[in-house]
Design a protein around this ligand. Structure first.
Ligand code: PCA
Length: 203
C-alpha cells in the first residue's frame, strides 16, 4: 500500500484551534489512486514534534510526506520552498521552551529545498481559485523544525519519499467566533487545497 503521511499541528499560543489539525483530520483515510492518506497531529513541542514525525515516517514508509501548519497573518496557502537549519522561536513552545539563535542540527546542512513539485501545485491551486503563494520562509519555529527534520532524514538515509511543508491561514469560522480579525480561508477551501496538492504530488 502506498501511503501519504499528512501532518498538522495542535493549537498553540493564544489560539484554541489550529486549521492544520482540522485539515489533516478531514483528509485522514482519503484514497488517491493506490495511495491512502494517514494523518497525524503533532504537538507544538521542540524535539518531540520532529521525533514523532520521523517515527511515523519509519513506521509507515510513505512515498509522500506533507507537513502543514498555521501561519497567522498569511493571506493564502503558502508553499514553502526552503527549510532552514535554525531555531529562533517567536514564542515559547507548549512546554515553555524558547530557543533563540540555535542550530537545529550542529553539523547539518544550512538548508534543504522542498522536494515537492511546488510550481505545479501553485498553478493547480490558482486554477482552482484558491489564494496561493510560493514562500521562501517557513519561519524559525516548530513548522520549520519538522520541515527540516523530514528533509534531513530523507537525505541522511537516502529515503525515496518526497517531502515539503505547507502553511495555511486561520479558518474563517474560527476567526468569526474569535472576533479579533485576521486573514482566513474557509476550512472547506483549505481541505480542497491540500487534496489538490496531494493529487499533484502523486502524479
Ligand atoms: N504553526 C507554527 C507551529 C505550529 C503551527 O501550526 C509555525 O509556523 O511554526
Amino acid at each position: 500500500m502506498d501511503t501519504v503521511l499528512l501532518t498538522g499541528f495542535a493549537p498553540f499560543g493564544d489560539d484554541t484551534e489550529n486549521p492544520s489539525q482540522q485539515v489533516a483530520e478531514a483528509l485522514d483515510g482519503r484514497r488517491h489512486g493506490s495511495a491512502t492518506t494517514v494523518a497525524s497531529v503533532l504537538p507544538v513541542e521542540h524535539g518531540r514534534a520532529a521525533d514523532l514525525l520521523i517515527d511515523a515516517i519509519d513506521r509507515l514508509r510513505p512515498s509522500l510526506v506533507l507537513a502543514t501548519g498555521l501561519a497567522s497573518g498569511r493571506c493564502g496557502i503558502s508553499l514553502e520552498r526552503v527549510a532552514l537549519n535554525a531555531a529562533h522561536y517567536p514564542l515559547p513552545d507548549s512546554n515553555g521552551c524558547r530557543l533563540q539563535h540555535t542550530d537545529l542540527a550542529v553539523d547539518g546542512a544550512l538548508a534543504y529545498r522542498s522536494t515537492l513539485p511546488l510550481d505545479r501545485c501553485y498553478e493547480r491551486l490558482q486554477a482552482a481559485g484558491i489564494p496561493v503563494e510560493l514562500s521562501y520562509s517557513a519561519g524559525t519555529y516548530l513548522c520549520n523544525e519538522v520541515f527540516y527534520a523530514a528533509l534531513r532524514h530523507a537525505s541522511a538515509h537516502d529515503l525515496p519519499y518526497r517531502a515539503g511543508f505547507i502553511h495555511m491561514p486561520y479558518a474563517s469560522a474560527y476567526i468569526a467566533r474569535r472576533g479579533h480579525l485576521a486573514p482566513s480561508l474557509p476550512v472547506a477551501m483549505l481541505v480542497e487545497a491540500l487534496g489538490l496538492i496531494v493529487q499533484e504530488c502523486m502524479q
